[in-house]
Structure formats: structure tokens, C-alpha cells
Design a protein around this ligand. Structure first.
Ligand SMILES: O=C(O)c1cccc(C(=O)CC[C@H]2O[C@@H](n3cnc4c(=O)[nH]cnc43)[C@H](O)[C@@H]2O)c1
Length: 227
């Protein structure tokens, strides 16, 4: 759905209502702090994982009209691609572990003939959002964001995922689910991750969740202007 407002020259400008889906309440609240009470944005914490995020997105889309859906939250950054505290705007949302193990190695659901495991984001929107974040002084990169059912906890799995998806920037657990639900209604989907930890050997005590939530709040404020 679109709403209109008049800009400084009196011209009518379309603005879309935006649904933002996070996994947990702390992420939702970080986003809400950045949105400063805007009623054009609706933010829901739908739970962790693709099933909860897809179901939560579908339920919210059934209850309201939106022009755009965003999966947002903290995430793991691939070393050399997305440092802690930085932001990643997904160029595509990929179900990276949806497939089968075979004697020859992992085969994706797409390779097995079950359809695509990737939902591409609109390149122009990705670039516009990333440019606005960068212009605000926030460290940001773009690239594929992997949706996984099990958070990576070893260097071996991190290397396997990076080889499976060249250029992979970040991983989280919801983006593909949110994007598939949006895609079913023909809506544009985006994913934005604030990096709390590296993808690699698990060290939960070292996760910089507070810094990532602050970055998420700053990103939400920029979304007010750019979407
Ligand atoms: O403990 C807290 O205070 C806290 C605050 C905000 C968020 C959390 C979460 O644990 C969020 C879970 C959510 O995070 C994503 N995530 C973060 N890092 C990774 C990763 O390396 N691999 C996969 N997922 C990651 C994921 O989307 C989870 O649903 C805790």
C-alpha cells in the first residue's frame, strides 16, 4: 500500500508502508528506537528460524497492507567481508543449508530440482539503502546473506559455506523465510544485518550484541529517510 505526503515544493510523493520482521524482542526494540515513532513502519518479533519468520511475516501481511518487507536483526559476519559492528544489506537471501548431503558433498535444493534457494533483492534499492547508510557514516557492505538452521560454530563450516556461496557476507536464521513470504504476495523483500559475531568457531561470550543492536538502531533511522 502507498500513502502520499507533500514535499517542500508541494509535490505529492508516494510512500510505502514497510513491515520489518525481527527474530527476538531485543532486535525489535532496537529497530523501534531508530524509527522514532513513525507509523509508516510496523515492526514484529516473529521468532527465530525460517518457519517462525515466514509464518510471522505471512500473518502480518494478511493483517495489513505493505509495499515492502524487511528482515532485520543481528547476524554473523564472514571474516574479511563484514566486521563486527558493521551492517550488511543483502543482495540476495539464500537458504544456504537447504538440500541434501550426498557422497559427493552437499547438494542444494535447487540442484536437486526443488526450485530456487535464493530470493534476490532489488539491486537499486539495495544500493540506495547501502549508500544512505554509508553517507551517515555507518560501515556497510552488500552481498549474499545466508539463512541457516544451525549457526556456524567451526572454521570448517564457515569455509564450506563461503565456498558454497562466493561473496557471502553474513549469516542469520530468518532472511530467506521472510523473503519467501513477501515474494508470495509479490512484495519487495530486503534483509539488513548488524554484525554481532564472526562466522566461525563459536565464542558466544565474545559476541558484541550491544554494539550490533546500536548499529541496528542507527540503520532504522536511515530507513526512515530512504524508503
Ligand atoms: O542475548 C541477547 O541479549 C540477545 C539480544 C538480541 C539478539 C539475540 C539473539 O540471539 C538473536 C538470535 C538471532 O541472531 C541471529 N544470529 C546472530 N548471529 C548469528 C550467527 O552467527 N549465525 C546465525 N544466526 C545468527 C539469528 O538470526 C538468530 O535468530 C540475543
Amino acid at each position: 500500500m502507498t500513502e502520499h505526503f507533500r514535499n517542500s515544493t508541494g509535490e505529492a510523493v508516494e510512500q510505502r508502508r514497510v513491515l520489518i520482521v525481527t527474530a527476538v524482542a531485543a532486535e525489535r526494540d532496537a529497530v523501534l528506537r531508530g524509527l522514532k515513532g513513525s507509523d509508516r513502519f510496523h515492526v514484529v518479533a516473529a521468532g527465530a528460524g525460517t518457519a517462525a519468520s515466514a509464518a510471522g511475516t505471512a500473518a502480518a501481511l494478511a493483517a495489513g497492507s505493505y509495499g515492502c518487507v524487511i528482515s532485520a536483526g543481528i547476524g554473523g559476519g564472514f571474516p574479511g567481508r563484514a566486521p563486527l559492528g558493521s551492517l550488511v544489506v543483502a543482495s540476495e537471501m539464500i537458504a544456504a543449508d537447504l538440500g541434501a548431503e550426498t557422497p559427493e558433498g552437499f547438494r542444494s535444493a535447487a540442484e536437486l530440482g526443488f526450485g530456487s534457494v535464493s530470493v534476490p533483492a532489488d539491486p537499486g534499492t539495495v544500493q540506495a539503502v547501502a549508500a544512505a547508510l554509508a553517507a551517515a557514516g555507518l560501515p556497510v557492505s552488500t552481498g549474499p546473506v545466508l539463512t541457516v538452521s544451525t549457526a556456524t560454530g567451526t572454521a570448517e563450516t564457515a569455509a564450506a559455506l563461503a565456498a558454497r556461496v562466493p561473496g557471502a557476507a553474513a549469516e542469520a536464521m530468518e532472511g530467506h523465510g521472510v523473503a519467501v513470504a513477501a515474494q508470495a504476495l509479490g512484495l519487495m523483500a530486503l534483509e539488513i544485518r548488524a554484525i554481532s559475531n564472526p562466522v566461525g568457531p563459536r565464542d558466544r561470550a565474545a559476541w558484541k550484541i550491544g554494539d550490533a543492536l546500536e548499529a541496528l538502531t542507527a540503520a532504522a533511522t536511515i530507513l526512515l529517510e530512504v524508503l
